[in-house]
Design a protein around this ligand. Structure first.
Ligand SMILES: [Zn+2]
Length: 111
């Protein structure tokens, strides 16, 4: 399956850090000035995270975690402040736990 590791990380992150609204993650072409983005579609009550489909999988995972942290800190911050940083560290640590001792092998395989 294409992007298998990416979607495993998405699933684990969503399970361990549930948000007030569902999060829809899309691997699509995004504007050239970014690698991904996140916004709250308020009428639909859902977060939308886009990650550039041209990115290598490992980079895409990092962008996803970055954007998911924005969703987690949505009410208090929209910039890269401490609230966002705490959320980012939480989802990053979840990634390390998900991959466990396999992290080095996993990263090598994705490069
Ligand atoms: Zn950001």
């Amino acid at each position: 399956m294409r992007n298998k590791a990416f979607y495993e990380v998405v699933k684990s992150t969503k399970e361990n850090f549930p948000l007030r609204y569902p999060v829809h993650v899309r691997r699509v072409l995004v504007p050239q000035d970014r690698s991904g983005d996140c916004w709250l579609n308020y009428p639909k009550r859902e977060f939308v995270i886009r990650v550039d489909k041209k990115l290598p999988q490992l980079w895409a995972i990092d962008v996803f975690l970055h954007e998911y942290a924005h969703a987690m800190a949505w009410n208090t911050s929209k910039k890269h402040d401490d609230e966002w940083g705490v959320a980012y560290s939480q989802v990053y640590r979840n990634l390390l736990e998900l991959w466990g001792i396999e992290t080095k092998k996993k990263v090598a395989k994705l490069q």
